[in-house]
Each structure stands twice: as structure tokens, then as C-alpha cells.
Design a protein around this ligand. Structure first.
Ligand SMILES: [Zn+2]
Length: 463
């Protein structure tokens, strides 16, 4: 049996692993590489991969770095099933449609530039038709049920606690009269956070493929994060300022709404109106609200009849551009949640343009801000920033609030691994940059006396 790492090998994006036995071939995830151009160039069908001979694809969750190459594989000739939980199918469909629109838009702009320079036009990686096509290939699976994927491979999807529908995948593989248990962690969430159930306990594993995004550290405790958040909201209320929260549409937005609703209903924060100014965030929140059954009991506190429960929580959504622009006329105080999460595009830019120059504005960064992003520049204390070719003076307060991550920290990862590591499973670390992998390796060695292995991109190993 062989395993090849066609992505997320000493990187955090592009998850795609090929498992081959003497008679079966399956893929686990088919994610997009994201970030610098060097990585984006890798967004292709892996070299040497014969799509006609792939029996199935198993998808851990709907984030683009795990599902973004699915339309490309489908367009290039993959006709088989894509197994995923119902939650993942809905989230992946939303995210893939959005990605197709962004790519079509970017390609049009690039082709206008190419036409001016007398160059040949380029094509988007995939379009909406490819997305529609691959959506028809989805096969829903239930959590904790055994699925026969091929004659040799059985798969069970279990809770990963990361975003709605997210799963770790347990495989039972029979080859030449021998059975092996393989576990693919997918992305793992934090333990004991509201909305998401805890990652499931897995005991049986010969080989574990584990993510290591935050393998080097623990997140800030939630109690500290929340008291800082409350302080910012109180200050904005007193000053009459706007609180701007750039946020990822899936996962982070719902978590922030949860805390805002809870704190408002408990009178822990002033009665500020909260606007979700993100069509994709609105759709993702509706998917969350529809699937209360796969969240923890905390979800019931804020979800009622498939909608966000209002009570004292003054919550509005802005679907259209006009509704979004109306927010500029509001005097404040209020809270505006808008995309994109790293402030590199989306409606948050308009709110920045209209409010960053005001001293009463509070910006709350709740997610990871990559180097080079506008969000990172603001966090690093930039005096002026360029938005839509206009230089804007930054007089707002920029707050970096840690703790809201959808990924587990080092302690969470070790806790998840413990039952398998204590039985001496072989540990393979993926989905992390070198520093995070090294730190997590060291922690695993110290705690369990095991030496993990971290494959390189395209590396094939015998198992
Ligand atoms: Zn993820």
C-alpha cells in the first residue's frame, strides 16, 4: 500500500493525498493551493495521476484548501463519487461557487490587460459549470457510519470540530490478507468551544496523518479574548464609533455572531446593532442554522427555527450593495461584520475607506492576517494605507484579538492524538509550515516517545 502527498506537505494549503493498494486508488481531499504565486502555480491535476483509475474521493470539509481542486479534477475527467457529510456538501458548494465567480472575474481583468499587451488570453482554473458538475458527484455520508468505498477500503467519517460538517476519516484497508487502520485528521477544531462539537475520540490506528497548523502554540484563553472584546464594544458605544470586524464567511462569522448574541442577551455588552454585511456570510450562517443537529448544545442558545434568535440581540443582514452602502450613512455606534477575512478584498474595504480615518472607529481582527495583507499592515501599525487607489489616514484603533481560531492549538492536537499515540501508531505530520511541524514533532516525541515523519510535496511512502 502506498500513500503520495500531492499537497499540504510542509504547507498549509493544497491538501490532496493519494492512497493506492494493489486494486484500489482513492484520494483524500482535493484542495487548492493558496498564497504566493509559487504555490498557486501548483493548482493542477497532480502529474502522473490517472483520473480514470481513481475509484473515489473522500472530502474532510468544505474549506477551499481542501475542496478547491475538485472542479478541476471533474473537468479533467474524474467521474466517480465524492463522499462527504451533508454539512460539508452544502459548505463546499457555497465556497466553490464563490471561488468560480472570483476566478471568472479575475480572469476577465487579466485578459483585458493581456489584450492591451498583445498577449494570448488565459482561462480560469474552473468555472461555474465545472462546479455544478462536481456537485452532482457528491455522495452524502452520515457521521460514524461505515461506508464501503471499494472492495478493499471501508471509511468512517467522524467529528473533527473544525467547521460545520468537518470530519476526520478513518479507513480500514485490506490488502493481501492484512488489515490496516489509517486515520486522516482533516482540520481539527479546538476542544470546549461553543457551536462545534469536540473532535471525536479515535482509538484504533496504525498510521495517523495529522494536521499541524498551530502545532507550535496554544491559543489565547477564550475568557481573556472575550473580556478584551467586551471592552472594545463598550468603548465604541461610549464614543459613538463603529466596530469593524473583517471576518471569514464560514466558521468565524458564526462564532462571532454567537458570542455577540450571547453577550447581548446577558446584558454584558451595550445594545449595539450588529450588521452582517456579507452575502456569503449570510448564506453560510443559514447553513449553520439549518444544521443545529450537528452542532453542540450551545447552538440552541442562539438558533431558533432555523434562524438567529434575536431577543436583545439587534441583528440585521445586508444582502444587496445598496443595503451595504446605507451603512455609510449610519452615525454609529454599531458593529459591522464583513469579508474578506484578511482585508484583501470585499465589502470590508468600503467600510475601511469610510471609517479608518475616524478616531472613534475600532477595528477588531479576529482571524489570521498573512504577511503582505492589508490586515497585517494595519496590525503592524501603518499610519496610512491605500484603499481603492486612495490614501487613507489611519486614526482608528486596531485591535488584534486572539483566541477565535477554528483550529486546535498544540494542547488540543496532543489531546486528539493521545489514544492513538499511546498505542504506538505511526504519526505523519501534514498541513503545517516547517516551524509548526518541528515544534509539534518535538512535543510528540517528548510526550509519547514517538518520532513523527513529515513528508515533502509529491513524496510517496510505503505503508
Ligand atoms: Zn479548514
Amino acid at each position: 500500500m502506498q500513500l503520495t502527498f500531492h499537497g499540504a506537505a510542509r504547507e498549509v494549503t493544497g491538501s490532496l493525498y493519494l492512497l493506492e493498494t494493489d486494486q484500489s486508488r482513492i484520494l483524500i481531499d482535493a484542495g487548492m493551493f493558496q498564497g504566493p504565486r509559487r504555490l498557486e502555480r501548483l493548482n493542477m491535476v497532480p502529474r502522473g495521476l490517472d483520473l480514470q483509475r481513481i475509484d473515489a474521493i473522500l472530502l474532510t470539509h468544505g474549506h477551499l484548501d481542501h475542496c478547491g481542486r475538485l472542479p478541476l479534477l471533474s473537468r479533467s475527467g474524474y467521474r466517480g463519487p465524492v463522499y462527504a457529510t451533508q454539512g460539508t456538501i452544502e459548505i463546499a458548494s457555497l465556497i466553490l461557487h464563490d471561488a468560480a465567480h472570483i476566478q471568472e472575474h479575475d480572469t476577465k481583468r487579466e485578459n483585458r490587460r493581456r489584450a492591451r499587451a498583445g498577449m494570448k488570453p488565459t482561462k480560469p482554473l474552473f468555472d461555474d459549470r465545472d462546479v455544478e458538475h462536481v456537485i452532482r458527484q457528491f455522495v452524502p455520508v452520515s457521521y460514524d457510519e461505515i461506508n464501503n468505498i471499494t472492495d478493499q477500503i471501508k471509511a468512517t467519517f467522524v467529528e473533527a470540530g473544525h467547521i460545520l460538517g468537518s470530519a476526520s476519516i478513518k479507513l480500514r484497508v485490506r490488502e493481501n490478507g492484512e488489515t490496516k487502520n489509517l486515520v486522516f485528521s482533516g482540520d481539527l477544531g479546538q476542544y470546549d468551544v461553543p457551536l462545534m462539537r469536540d473532535p471525536a475520540l479515535i482509538e484504533e490506528a496504525d498510521i495517523v496523518m495529522m494536521e499541524s497548523t498551530y502545532g507550535d502554540r496554544d491559543h489565547r484563553p477564550m475568557t481573556e479574548t472575550l473580556s478584551e472584546f467586551k471592552e472594545i464594544l463598550r468603548k465604541a458605544f461610549q464614543d459613538g464609533g463603529k466596530v469593524l470586524i473583517p471576518s471569514f464567511a464560514v466558521g468565524r462569522t458564526q462564532q462571532i455572531l454567537y458570542y455577540l448574541a450571547l453577550m447581548a442577551n446577558r446584558d454584558e455588552i451595550p445594545a449595539l446593532p450588529v450588521y452582517l454585511d456579507s452575502p456569503m456570510g449570510i448564506s453560510a450562517t443559514a447553513i449553520y442554522a439549518r444544521h443545529e443537529e450537528i452542532m453542540d448544545e450551545a447552538a440552541q442558545v442562539i438558533i431558533e427555527d432555523g434562524d438567529i434568535k434575536k431577543g436583545k440581540f439587534r441583528f440585521r443582514t445586508c444582502q444587496s450593495m445598496e443595503e451595504s452602502q446605507m451603512l455609510n450613512e449610519l452615525p454609529g455606534p454599531c458593529v459591522i461584520i464583513a469579508g474578506a477575512g484578511m482585508c484583501n478584498a470585499g465589502r470590508i474595504l468600503h467600510h475601511f475607506k469610510h471609517n479608518l480615518w475616524k478616531e472613534t472607529t475600532e477595528v477588531v481582527m479576529v482571524g489570521y492576517q498573512a504577511r503582505g495583507s492589508l490586515g497585517r499592515m494595519l496590525l503592524d501599525g501603518a499610519d496610512r494605507v491605500k484603499i481603492f487607489r486612495e490614501t487613507i489616514q489611519v486614526n482608528a484603533t486596531i485591535n488584534g484579538v486572539g483566541g477565535f481560531s477554528a483550529h486546535g492549538g498544540q494542547t488540543d492536537l496532543l489531546r486528539w492524538l493521545e489514544p492513538m499515540a499511546s498505542k504506538k501508531a505511526r504519526v505523519i505530520l501534514t498541513h503545517g509550515e516547517s516551524h509548526q511541524i518541528d515544534e509539534l514533532s518535538y512535543a510528540i516525541e517528548r510526550k509519547f516517545d514517538l518520532k513523527p515523519f513529515a513528508p515533502k510535496l509529491q513524496e510517496k511512502i510505503e505503508i
